[in-house]
Ligand binder design. Sequence first.
Ligand SMILES: [Zn+2]
Length: 121
Amino acid sequence: MDLPRIVENSPFARLARLKLGARTVAMVLGRSIHLSGVTREEFLRDPFWVAHEMEHIRQFAQHGRLGFLVRYLRDWVRHGYYHIPFEVEARAAAERDAHLYAAGRPLPAPAQRHPTPKANG
Ligand SMILES: [Zn+2]
């Protein structure tokens, strides 16, 4: 499974992390996954999280950089973070696709998974 470029200690992800008050953030910009508060290795250890971000990569490719960002921010204002359709899709994709990124290991137990933010993140 080809992974996109992963950027550790990303200033963009750090801004998002501070804004959201989250301990760790992964965010997709174009075809890259930007991390803050988490190493590449830790991120890749959670196949649910990887599958979630891979769905955002797909959404970015489908809608284009501007189309994605405009919809994302519009829907955030309209519906709140948890109900942004892109996030709803990404959570469903995580459940559906995690096995693709498990690298032959058993899927992590719920307590080992990156928590899904309820309000932010
Ligand atoms: Zn997401």
